[in-house]
Design a protein. Structure first.
Length: 398
């Protein structure tokens, strides 16, 4: 145990000495979400405000067929109308953002009580074109409502007949639960990805990096067994993975708590509560141990196989891409239960279990199944790493 502790301290000390490593694994995860997401929120807010007050060029076809409607459209201050002949080319050439086409005999048909249609042309591949079409539709909706009200008033019918009753949607979700729903979607994904970032850098540096620098042979001459050397390196990767993941989650919670995210401007989120019960937090920590063991062993395995640091980074990038997909499940608006088939899938089982624990909606047998399967995968991957680390042809692959 003493020799393992010496190897562990040596690896951690070497990693901490490199300031770039310290910044990327400790400082960056803590600050990336408050700074990066806060910056995105400001940019989005400015874009939305600018689009809301910008005059938009919109094409018009057939304005002579609807003098009253045309007069109504011209009164809209944020729409600048340009008469066009085609409904496609002006949008493709970016002369206008959208085009309104009024059919022939439009107002004549309205006066006869015949239903007609006004078409709005736009392109779904441009945000400004979509926004312009939405703005035009709002104006047309207001005109249609005013027209119907005038017709009813002429006929002596109360306009309230169009809306005989109101429909009110009442959200019964407590503020605390709403806050936990947001955390349940984001925290598992952030934790998994940032833990992978911390483990990848550390694992590749202390295995393939040392092999490339020629220092691995020197360490092997020390009076310790391969098992002690592996455990010392494995513990250092595990620690940095957990620290990086935890700091990233802290940064994310701070960003949400102080309303630095785009979600922070949504009405009703001001009093959102964030609370995880001690029992749920304890279960999450219990699940983290086998998960971190699995990922650490996996990254050490592929890193020690690699001939160089660059090759190890390539392997680790592939693993990162594979890990991202199941980790993203927490961000999706779907309800998956921890059935045996799902609980057996590493990463996915942890993400679902962590989401349920954060939200306080979990079943103990599902958590226990997840823990059991994670332990199984952790043991399998550690045994694989142990066997590969003992093989001379792999350790000295040059």
């Amino acid at each position: 145990m003493k020799r393992i502790r010496i190897v562990f301290k040596k690896e951690v000390r070497d990693l901490i000495r490199d300031r770039r490593t310290l910044y990327s694994l400790v400082v960056l995860p803590l600050l990336i979400y408050p700074i990066f997401i806060g910056g995105i929120q400001k940019v989005i807010s400015r874009m939305v405000m600018r689009e809301a007050t910008t005059v938009v060029d919109v094409g018009i076809v057939g304005k002579t067929y609807a003098p009253k409607l045309w007069g109504y459209l011209q009164a809209e201050p944020l729409l600048r109308w340009i008469e066009v002949e085609d409904t496609i080319v002006p949008i493709e050439d970016k002369e206008v953002k959208a085009i309104v086409k009024i059919p022939e005999g439009f107002e004549v048909q309205l006066d006869k009580g015949v239903t007609s249609e006004v078409k709005i042309f736009y392109t779904n591949t441009r945000f400004k074109s979509q926004a312009a079409a939405g703005r035009v539709k709002d104006v047309l909706d207001r005109y249609r409502k005013d027209y119907v009200n005038k017709v009813l008033q002429v006929k002596g019918v109360d306009t309230k007949v169009l809306e005989p009753f109101d429909i009110i949607r009442q959200d019964i979700t407590p503020k605390k639960r709403a806050g936990m729903f947001v955390l349940g979607m984001m925290v598992p994904y952030v934790f998994i990805i940032m833990m992978m970032v911390g483990a990848t850098h550390t694992a590749t540096d202390i295995t393939a990096g040392e092999k490339e620098r020629g220092t691995l042979e020197t360490i092997l001459t020390a009076p310790l067994t391969r098992t002690e050397l592996l455990l010392g390196k494995w513990l250092s990767v595990l620690v940095f993975a957990l620290v990086t993941g935890m700091l990233a989650v802290i940064g994310l919670v701070v960003a949400i708590k102080f309303r630095l995210t785009p979600m922070g401007n949504i009405p009703g989120t001001e009093q959102m509560g964030f609370y995880i019960s001690p029992g749920a937090a304890g279960l999450i920590l219990v699940l983290v141990v086998p998960l971190a063991t699995f990922l650490t062993s996996l990254l050490i395995t592929v890193s020690i196989i690699a001939k160089s640091y660059r090759e190890a980074q390539t392997y680790a990038s592939i693993i990162m891409m594979v890990v991202i997909f199941p980790a993203m499940v927490s961000m999706l608006p779907i309800d998956l239960t921890l059935r045996p088939k799902i609980a057996a899938i590493p990463i996915l089982n942890f993400v679902l279990a962590m989401k349920q624990l954060i939200m306080g909606e979990f079943e103990l047998h599902g958590i226990l199944m997840t823990f059991g399967f994670l332990c199984m995968w952790a043991v399998i991957m550690f045994i694989l790493a142990y066997n590969i680390f003992r093989r001379e042809e792999v350790l000295f692959r040059l």
